[in-house]
Design a binder for this molecule. Structure first.
Ligand code: URP
Ligand code: ZN
Ligand code: ZN
Length: 463
């Protein structure tokens, strides 16, 4: 047998197994897994001695080229997918937004155009639904046929994205009928709005008040409501960017009752806290995203939730805005700070460092959290999310011993600060393959812009 590429001497890691093996790649697929395969059997041979070989990371929550808060997220599909690849992510699922009055199809067409010819790794879309009169419900079905098998709804951001419970319930019924999955931004937007207005009236305008006006109870209440609506509709539900222990408890209780309830958290909630707002001047704006940062003790609860499978996925919610001119739009009024932070590049190293190096969970659980479960939940498995014969050769050669410090000076995201500035990591991607093509080689981008393909995803399947 001959191969385009042979990865030799690595430690292959999947969600279930860890073993030394070579991997043969042809036509973008994994075609052989075995030991002592001769280097001469391949056009290119790569030595992975002393390194792990992981399935490529899958980030199911990104916002590239997204209009928001009077501006646009700073990474487009070119810079964002390249930065993702630098960090070992080979697939992402972004959000196509349906604005009020638009069809769902318009949302999809708009985001297809944004990504077309620009992506360096493969990508799919969820659809954010903001306007769903009964006549448009059937449109969910036609999007599912196009491979858009998940929809995001918001219980927050009144007047922008927020939808009411009746619409949520109808969408869940349709999701259950069509085999798709509802992703929920769970915060009680109505109550938060009242608290925000009161704070502004009291002259509390600094960035930290974004966090202080969004209590954990508002997230827990909405999480419980989303779970209850999904239970009534007989639908699964996926809670996005879960940030606090109170919401985690709601997910854990639902899962204990056997409900198909899933949740992701993000590195910012695992590493950052309200203490990050103790910075001079307006700099706290760098940490304004939604849900907000919480008291530090929540971090350990979230790590434990990941270890115990109360949380199933770590995504980034990458939604970058530069500090200069973008975050600065909110000087004097925290409600005008564009919400979101950059993280697409840092996820694997941060989760590996905090999870595996700190012995909170195994390397297999790490793979499950950043690749396998996202693939299973969002209709990409086994094409993505594992190392198996026939799977796409999306692979990361990962050196667990290299230490580094995260900094905006060295990152590849198109944003002028890092949320994780100064954080030490141990474990970095050395080489990254997307469908067999080397895209990152020792911190150099060697891929091709436009090589990323749109992924028509399968229906939701319980992992
Ligand atoms: O602050 C955030 N998370 N911005 C992105 C939009 C969202 O709610 O996911
Ligand atoms: Zn959200
Ligand atoms: Zn988001």
């Amino acid at each position: 047998m001959t191969f385009d590429t042979l990865i030799k001497n690595g430690i292959v890691v999947t969600a279930t197994d860890t073993y030394p093996s070579d991997i043969g790649i042809s036509n973008g697929k994994i075609v052989a897994i075995g030991q002592a395969m001769p280097a001469e059997s391949a056009t290119h041979s790569v030595d992975a001695q002393g390194n792990y070989v992981f399935p490529g990371g899958i980030d199911v929550h990104t916002h590239l080229d997204m209009p928001f808060g009077g501006t646009k997220s700073a990474d487009d599909f070119e810079s964002g997918t390249k930065a993702a690849a630098f960090g070992g992510t080979t697939t992402l699922i972004d959000f196509a937004i349906q604005y009020k009055g638009q069809t769902l199809r318009t949302a999809l067409d708009t985001w297809w155009k944004k990504a077309d010819g620009k992506a360096a790794i493969d990508y799919g879309f969820h659809c954010i639904v903001t306007d769903l009169p009964d006549a448009r419900l059937e449109e969910m079905k036609s999007l599912v046929h196009e491979g858009i098998t998940s929809f995001k709804l918001f219980m927050a951001y009144p007047g922008v994205f927020m939808v009411e419970d009746g619409l949520i319930f109808k969408a869940m019924l349709k999701a259950s009928e069509t085999g798709s999955l509802i992703c929920m931004h769970a915060e009680n937007g109505g109550a938060i709005d009242v608290i925000v207005r009161r704070a502004l009236a009291e002259g509390k305008t600094a960035p930290k008040y974004h966090a202080l006006t969004r209590p954990t109870t508002a997230e827990a209440e909405a999480t419980a409501r989303a779970i209850a609506l999904a239970e009534m509709a007989g639908a699964p539900v996926y809670i996005v960017h879960l940030s606090c222990n109170e919401a985690l408890e709601k997910v854990r209780e639902a899962r204990d009752r056997g409900l198909p309830t899933y949740a992701e958290t993000c590195p910012q909630y695992l590493y950052l806290s309200l203490e990050n707002f103790d910075v001079p001047g307006f700099e706290g704006a760098k940490y304004v995203f939604t849900p907000p940062l919480r008291e530090k003790w929540h971090q350990e609860k979230l790590w434990a939730g990941l270890a115990a499978d109360h949380l199933q996925v770590v995504s980034t919610d990458h939604c970058p805005f530069c500090y200069k001119e973008q975050k600065e739009l909110g000087i004097g009024d925290f409600t005008k700070i564009p919400n979101g932070g950059p993280g697409i590049e840092n996820r694997l190293s941060l989760v590996f460092t905090g999870g595996v190096q700190k012995k909170r969970f195994s390397v297999n659980r790490f793979v499950e959290l950043v690749s396998t479960t996202p693939a299973k939940l969002f209709g990409l498995y086994p094409r993505k999310g594992t190392i198996a014969i026939g799977s796409d050769a999306d692979l990361v050669i990962f050196d667990p011993n290299v230490e580094d410090v995260i900094s905006a000076k060295t990152h590849h995201m198109r944003v002028d600060y890092s949320m994780f500035e100064g954080i030490h990591i141990k474990g970095v991607p050395r080489q990254v393959f997307s469908r067999g093509q080397l895209v990152i080689d020792n911190n150099k981008f060697v891929g091709r812009v436009g090589q990323g393909e749109f992924l028509k995803r399968q229906l939701y399947n319980s992992p």
